[in-house]
Design a protein. Structure first.
Lengths: 240, 240
């Protein structure tokens, strides 16, 4: 499995993904699930992926190829806006899913993937989409300023409680890391290292990007402090 | 869906269940999912159910009938110990599942259910089992002193952090209610009122039972205090 979370805030887009992939429980590997595309001054786009690696890798490879091919109508670096970027990602995902599924049907198996696509193009608003395996998508709004893919349940309560459109980037970083921390703790199929990125509003560039390794002392401290804080909070609650 | 959680602690068994059942999103009803069987001084047994109501109601009805039929070998009130109680519940669940599934196969549908069975018989240890739809089961141990059925993910992080075999009953009550609170908040298919019960070690009776209505002020206060405490804990964490 996977856990990826994206926030669409007044201050910008915040993205966090894990890197664990597994085929069964005994075949675990580390693969990047966050892909950043930028043309500084014109646009910055982040894509996060969940699901079958054979599908997500092919989709990202085709998107990358389309960017390099000046004639391709499917370049997300040349698309006129974020809606068209989501449509290109959706169409590519839908194509690859149908090709792979055709092959897998013979074995009575199937494979799917979903993606979070977020960013901003010059002159347009910041937008964030969740693209389904079929290629259709939904969009984050101020009422629901976060989207998740993969193993999303463990880390949802903290987001439900603290994330709103006006949340600061510093609080947003804490919130997604704590949401990931709960998921890592409760589900083996989500694993370190993590990829973290921020695209600030109107920066038209990836403002921060960071890989957080299992040995990262700041993350370890945050995780430890949060456990402590939760236990203290728990101790303070009056019994019924 | 459903959320039921059971704790097997040194001090006793703690059980909590919601009461929401739904067929689709537009057909919601309230049904008890916790069933208590006791013969004070001899045994106390709690059963919680998740899954298809047509299966769980029939299982509970058959178990109740077997208790009233002096010749039935499937009486959980006459079984020599908790292991045999789990076996009887498993066998009954397996029978009913297979009968119902036989009928549903014609419509290309299926139905399943799972159960948590916990309690103590005089002279034996307290035990808690999770019975799968097939009738087989696993047992809680001091290493893993809680079992969950239904919508278990949202409420697991708090249990992972605070529950150990030596947790007091007062803390356990708080923990299961907060675990339920996170689930209620994040998932529409889990709903109030709640059923709560405690079987203290060697009491051989249900020591506490309580229905918590949506208007329950103590639960509302706990829920509100926990939100506040979480937000304060969040505010205290240093950003990375």
């Amino acid at each position: 499995m996977t856990y990826c979370v994206g926030l669409l805030l007044d201050a910008g887009v915040v993205l966090l993904s894990d890197t664990r992939t597994n085929a069964g429980l005994d075949n675990i590997a580390t693969y990047r699930k966050m892909f950043l595309f930028e043309q500084p001054g014109d646009r910055a786009i982040g894509i996060m992926t969940a699901g079958s690696l054979s599908i997500t890798q092919t989709v990202i490879a085709r998107l990358t190829e389309a960017n390099e091919d000046a004639d391709s109508p499917r370049s997300i670096l040349r698309a006129p806006g974020m809606l068209q970027v989501a449509e290109i990602v959706g169409a590519t995902l839908s194509d690859v899913t149908s090709e792979v599924s055709g092959k897998m049907e013979r074995m009575n198996q199937s494979a799917t993937a979903s993606m979070i696509v977020a960013g901003q193009r010059k002159g347009g608003p910041m937008r964030m989409f969740l693209v389904y395996p079929e290629g259709n998508f939904i969009e984050a709004t101020p009422d629901t300023p976060f989207l998740q893919i993969g193993e999303h349940k463990y880390g949802k309560p903290i987001l439900d409680r603290v994330i709103a459109a006006e949340t600061t980037l510093a609080d947003a970083e804490k919130a997604v890391l704590l949401s990931m921390d709960s998921t890592l703790r409760s589900n083996l199929s989500v694993g370190m290292p993590l990829d973290f990125a921020v695209i600030e509003r109107d920066a038209l560039a990836v403002t921060r990007r960071r890989r957080i390794e299992p040995t990262d002392e700041a993350f370890q401290k945050m995780s430890h402090d949060w456990s402590e804080a939760l236990r203290n909070a728990f101790a303070e609650i009056d019994p019924i």
